[in-house]
Ligand binder design. Sequence first.
Ligand code: ARG
Length: 617
Amino acid sequence: MKDLATALSAANAAVFTELGLDPKHADVRRSDRPDLGEFQCNGALAVAKAAAKKPQEVAQNVAAAWVATDLASAPSIAGPGFLNFTITPEALASRAQFVADDEMAGASPVEHKRRVVVDYGGPNVAKGMHVGHLRASIIGESVKRIYRFRGDEVWGDAHFGDWGFQMGLVITALEDELGGFEDRAKLDARLSTLTLEQLEAIYPAYAAKVRDGDTDVRDRARKATAALQGGSALHREIWKAMHDVSMAAQKRDFASLGVNFDLWLGESDADPLIADMVKDLEAKGLLEEDQGARIVRVANPGETKKKKLDDGSVVEVESPDPLLVVSSEGSAMYGTTDLATIVQRVRDQKPDMVLYVVDQRQGDHFEQVYRAAAKAGYIARDKLEHVGFGTMNGADGKPFKTRAGGVLKLQDLIGQAEEKARERLKENEVDANFSKEEFEDIAHKVAIAAIKFADLSNFRGTSYVFDLDRFMSFEGKTGPYLLYQAVRIKSILRKAEEQGLLPSPPLRGRGQGEGGRSDAQGGGGVIAIAHEAERALALALDAFDGALRAAYDKKAPHFLAEHAYTLAQAFSGFFANCPMLQSEGAVRASRLALAGATLKQLTLTLDLLGIDVPERM
Ligand code: ARG
């Protein structure tokens, strides 16, 4: 069963066609003036010119031709020719019943299933995970879940940064620490005790040296990078120890954030493909020598930008910049491994689409890589998409830093959020009812919900300010508020079950696992819509599919975050106005079924955002 806006649009399109009006303008949407009608079509204004009539007149013709159906009465007309529709209580009830019975809670699967790789997370070996990777992980995880839920075949890939200059840099630092790598026993002992904390300290110290102009360190790090990539056994062994230490820590961090990858691959996994790829680019005449390096030009004729030179003069240069494939030291660069990873994915996953959930400041990089891939014929340009996002900022409006000015580690952020969650829960006297273990589990889930929901409730392109106090509030548009609403419904339904008031367990939904798409049209369901607040709740339940499709098409989970909030608020109004356990007979059965449908859809929506709901709280 389609959502109400889709069903209304189809009925309205038939009327438009009948009147000789272009049905593509017949779309009906939820109205932004609910006082005039719940659903609205503005198409009369769009087709009026072609029909050589006034919009008002077109709207009147449409309204007159509309036969009131089970779905809606004939539209009324507002303003210059807006058509307003009101859904019948019966249609609302059967739609709500469908949501209650449907295993997808009223959502529609994609029409054409695709093979999709989602590249997200992207932490770097030796650098540890910090809040910069937080958004990539949170948004990417949600996008992956949304695509998979609608029926696509999806692979989430972490794409570890484990093959670049930073590896040579850390190897060089270790060389300095040990006074060279000649003493084998000393090296082995050092590698076996290496920790992530040490790597995380070494890396910024040496990165700072290079930034401050230490050309000796820079050149040795470049050589070490080239040696590693060239296959030096010693360098690979050191690399492996560093890689494994980082990887283990990152797997732990991702797990506590509720982020799971299907592929734990990295830049280094594309290394075996690079040599052949370079030969291939050469054979295709795409590689050019440029000051000792080898590049692929990706700008089309006439695509230029202004560039300021060191002497202050301004010149026109090609834009985008060429992709650097082989550095003058012979090393693979960030773009090289990205290009080779495309070759690898085309070979292994045969994707119809690759989504790169990465900071939008990397937009130019991806444009270069995608153009190079298309030029080389590896994949069509339109199958590659950079799903960019803004930064998480501090109160100063700049990308978030700790008070000491450093980057905040993910573990520390989660720890801070858990601490705040414990405080808030204790204020609400939640701790009295639970064992220590259950309390800790609740605090963790509240912490993760607060962090993730705060991130996902903004359009991903928008930057936002990190404010744990606000994220953790139990009121307003926050993760904890939504968990609280979901848990409240669970508790009502638990009571109803204890009192033997539930015919079939609504928590599981009927027919799950058996295709479960029963046709509720027959009116055999228990849900009836009478009260205004029941109406509002049924309309909110109906809107899930539209929100999901928008989130899917635009790779933008905030549509679902918004839906979760609207639904929770509608439930809140329903809860305040429509007693459940205190009512009787058919009314009680209907209301409990509405509550069950709400819980199912809310839990599912939160799950698509990567948020887990505790049993109690
Ligand atoms: N490791 C990169 C960074 O920290 C992000 C990787 C994004 N994915 C990609 N295919 N380049 O900036």
